[in-house]
Design a protein around this ligand. Structure first.
Ligand code: ADP
Ligand code: TPW
Length: 594
């Protein structure tokens, strides 16, 4: 395509000049052009983004082909929600926004759950959806897959942008990246109407329009007086506690966080996705005395953890309310998080890396460790609980229960601490969280802030693609069902994922009965003795039906060693689960009965 004057324009000029222009135009070498497709790909690549998780269709099919041709990894899913979950997990693991690419309206909506979940979890991702023509959408004239996607996405994510002109693609992608990564990370929606992709522009101008984002997550240094206030409070504590959340895991300030814990000598509790920041076997871990430390602590230092429902909003019996108020120090990048549930005596606002290193520096070289009375009381409780747990884990009941199956998995993770661990379900989640120790940071991915089911296979695919490590996904049978079809994706890309389905014949357990006398089964039960292993076999992976702990152990060890896509159907006692796992108190009916 040439940017030189067109014939029609030339004819309106003086005939001699027009002839001269025409001659130049005829002789001018064809100028190189680019288009919307390539500008999107080039903008992503320029910013170090090398993978797209998505699902093709109008208008983005060619974008997936061209991205692949241009050297990007394109991982195609069977449903957009799982592509979106993969993008979110990739964002959490890499500190680069994970990209999910979908078609318009229904594809966009399928991806939206993952975008909202990513935002809730503070994971950076960008949902890029193709959309229908603005002129038709805005007049509601019934275009193919018509929907005002931008308006719908806006309240569910951190920021939303639309690009209408090829020359603005660079700005659009730069803004999306910066919005996803800066401050509190989150999900961003980028709306790309179909027409944009075929717009062309001169290649050099196109290249010049792209932006390489400089310092997308700028450090935010905490104020010196905030650091001092926090240290003064911590110094005066008799029963201090550190609580590490998934924000701390995301921050990749692993060495400083470990140094803070060890130098201070303060016992710590990891939230589920902060497990492994320090090895769960660390002597300062108070996880095995969780209820005791939450109730008894007098000063609690929160590092990238919110006082939401997962921490009983920082109040009530869990926090020993009757024993007097606790004092909180909270490190967070979002100032509006402070005082969201209870008063925070010492907010420290900044990025976790900067805040933790400022605290470390302020502690000096002769920091007094917490009183032995406190650490001793915790150690005593830990010992008691751990030996009780060891006894439970040693049992080999038939059929397997949650504990005996998880004992096997716990041992495998101990042997391969570099393996990624994905976990969802109710009982399957709650038991695995406390039984399976993690040894390295960012190895555990789970249902997060919402307690959402359906992250399993998307997170597993991302974990395998991003890290190249073996992935062990421990899934309740209900939880697995939400994303089960993605075992085909796992086989197609030959990913080293071993899925273990804890099959107890239903949601929570498999024994509910329909007492109404109608022929339907109860709402929580599934087909009995289903063979989930056959699903994996259908796509060329390894399927194993495991009815004993030995069978499970052998199959898991083989899967991790071989890296072949594997699904182990682990048969669990169908009476073993409790309703809603450990959050029975949030269930209106069971809470009332209590
Ligand atoms: P958990 O569920 O593990 O308790 P949350 O998701 O509730 O963790 O909390 C994570 C917190 O971490 C959020 O409030 C978020 O603003 C904060 N956060 C995320 N990344 C950073 C960072 N790099 N620096 C500081 N705070 C961060
Ligand atoms: C998107 C509600 C919470 S836990 C769960 C459901 C359906 C499944 C529990 O059964 P499972 O595990 O997986 O067999 P187990 O170990 O207890 O036997 N829809 C969404 N998210 C949630 N959280 C639900 C429904 C739920």
């Amino acid at each position: 395509m040439s940017s030189v004057t067109t014939d029609k324009q030339a004819a309106a000029l003086d005939p001699a000049i027009a002839r001269a222009i025409k001659n130049i135009a005829d002789e001018a070498p064809e100028q190189e052009t680019t288009d919307g497709f390539h500008l999107v790909i080039d903008a992503l690549k320029l910013n170090g983004i090398d993978t797209i998780f998505g699902l093709p269709g109008i208008p983005i099919t060619d974008l997936t082909r061209m991205a692949q041709a241009e050297g990007m990894r394109v991982i195609s899913f069977r449903h957009e929600q799982h592509a979106g979950n993969a993008a979110a997990a990739a964002g959490f693991l890499t500190q680069k926004p994970g990209i999910c690419l979908t078609v318009s309206a229904p594809g966009f909506l399928n991806g939206l759950t993952a975008l909202a979940n990513a935002t809730t979890n503070c994971f950076p991702m960008i949902l890029i959806s193709g959309s229908s023509e603005r002129e038709i959408v805005d007049l509601q004239q019934g275009d193919y897959e018509e929907m005002d996607q931008l308006a719908i996405a806006k309240p569910l994510c951190k920021a939303a942008f639309r690009v209408l002109h090829a020359q603005d693609i660079g700005v659009g992608i730069a803004r999306a990246i910066r919005a996803a990564l800066s401050g509190r990370p989150g999900g961003v929606y980028l709306d790309l109407p179909a027409k944009l992709f075929s717009q062309t522009m001169e290649a050099a101008a196109g290249k010049a329009s792209l932006i390489k984002v400089v310092d997308p997550a700028p450090r935010q240094i905490p104020a010196a007086d905030a650091v001092k206030r926090a240290l003064d409070l911590l110094k005066g504590a008799k029963r201090p506690l550190i609580l590490l959340g998934k924000g701390a895991a995301y921050a990749q300030a692993d060495a400083d966080i470990r140094a803070l814990v060890e130098k201070s000598g303060i016992p710590y509790l990891p939230m589920s996705m902060a497990k492994g920041l320090l090895p769960d076997t660390h002597e300062q871990s108070a996880a095995a005395a969780r209820s005791y430390v939450l109730q008894e602590a007098d000063v609690v230092l929160l590092v990238g953890a919110r006082l939401n429902w997962l921490l009983s909003h920082g109040k009530g019996k869990t926090w020993g309310a009757e024993k007097g108020a606790k004092k909180f120090i909270q490190i967070d990048i979002a100032p509006t998080e402070i005082d969201s549930n209870v008063a925070i005596e010492a907010p420290v606002i900044g990025d976790i890396g900067s805040c933790v290193s400022a605290l470390l520096a302020g502690m000096g070289s002769n920091w007094a460790k917490p009183p032995a009375e406190w650490t001793g009381a915790i150690a005593e409780r830990k010992d008691k609980n751990l030996s009780k747990m060891a006894q439970t884990l040693a049992a080999r009941p038939s059929p397997m229960n949650f504990h005996s199956a998880l004992a096997v998995i716990r041992e495998q993770v101990r042997q391969r601490p570099d393996a990624m661990f994905v976990n969802e379900g109710a009982n399957t989640l709650d038991f695995a969280r406390s039984i399976v120790d993690m040894y390295e940071p960012r190895k555990r991915l789970d249902v997060g802030t919402w307690g959402i089911m359906g992250i399993g296979m998307g997170f597993s695919v991302a974990a395998a693609v991003v890290t190249g490590k073996p992935v062990i996904a421990v899934e309740g049978d209900s939880a697995f069902g939400f994303s089960g079809m993605e075992v085909e994706t796992i086989c197609r890309y030959n990913l080293p994922v071993c899925v273990i389905v804890f099959n107890n014949n239903g949601v929570y357990r498999g024994t509910d009965v329909n007492s109404s006398g109608t022929p339907d089964v109860a709402p929580t039960v599934f087909v009995k003795n289903a063979r989930y292993d056959k699903l994996m076999e259908a796509f060329g992976g390894v399927g194993v039906h495991a009815t004993t702990a030995d069978e499970l152990q052998k199959a898991l060890a083989e899967a991790v060693a071989s890296g072949r896509p594997t699904l182990i159907n682990a048969v669990i006692d169908e009476t073993a689960g409790t309703e809603s796992g450990r959050i029975t108190s949030l269930n209106p009916a069971t809470a009332k009965k209590k």
